[in-house]
Ligand binder design. Structure first.
Ligand code: MD3
Ligand code: FE
Length: 217
């Protein structure tokens, strides 16, 4: 019953290898840093609001998205791409907050990717039921650059597939403060997120945010 004794206490940091090139840094972000990231997210979203984008096939994504940095990832009937213009706000995406850049640098260095300098950060917001089906991230120019992902708020079940869409995915729980660095052979792996389970989190309320730092160009 130690689970009851320790419920609500912060988890200690730890490192796990998911597969070659993919490092899970559990509790890499503490509650103080998470609160600073959340405040920075709110500022970005005041300038470039969350929106449900359309897939090229015409489906509305259940995950609401925005971006910051020099480039933002967008999808619409014309396809998936990075662009400097936010099509909703009709201006450039907000600058990458200092707290974001500092975390991306710390996490990538901890995983052995020196000099990672992201020019894009996609902000995903999952409400209960929102999901992301298995996909590869391949709209970036240089696949030698890693992607750093940061989970905040409600926990999610992350799906990590193999190099083929048909490989049976392994499921893992990502919690608030967990960071994953995806590089090397893991960079083009299929991945997704199961429908978010309802809940309440002190940092975010009834949702999960995921930040993914990328080098788009
Ligand atoms: C593995 N986001 O935005 S983060 C995405 O939780 C995306 O919102 C998910 O997949 C989310 O594209 C998963 C973990 C992640 C991000 C990028 C990867 C895993 C990855 C790139 C390559 C391999
Ligand atoms: Fe992805």
């Amino acid at each position: 019953m130690t689970g009851d004794l320790f419920a609500g206490l912060p988890r200690g940091p730890s490192v796990e290898t998911i597969t070659e090139g993919a490092l899970l840094l559990r509790a890499f972000v503490d509650e103080e840093e998470a609160a600073a990231l959340m405040a920075a997210i709110d500022k970005v979203l005041a300038a470039s609001p969350l929106r449900h984008m359309q897939t090229p096939g015409g489906f509305r994504m259940s995950v609401a998205m925005s971006n910051c940095g020099q480039f933002g990832w967008v999808t619409d009937r014309r396809g998936y791409r990075y662009q400097s213009l936010d099509p909703l706000a009709e201006r450039d995406w907000p600058a990458m907050p200092e707290a974001f850049a500092a975390l991306a640098a710390r996490a990538s260095a901890a995983a052995g990717f020196a000099g990672f300098d992201p020019d894009a950060c996609l902000i995903n917001r999952y409400e209960p039921g929102a999901r992301m089906s298995l996909h590869q991230d391949k709209n970036e120019l240089d696949m030698d650059q890693p992607i750093v992902s940061v989970s905040l708020g409600l926990p999610a079940t992350f799906l990590f597939g193999g190099m083929a869409r048909t490989d049976k995915p392994q499921r893992m729980r990502l919690e608030s403060g967990d960071v994953v660095v995806w590089g090397g052979p893991a960079r083009l792996a299929f991945h997704g997120v199961d429908p978010l389970r309802d809940g309440e989190h002190p940092l975010t309320g009834r949702c999960r945010y995921n930040l993914t730092f990328r080098r788009a160009r």
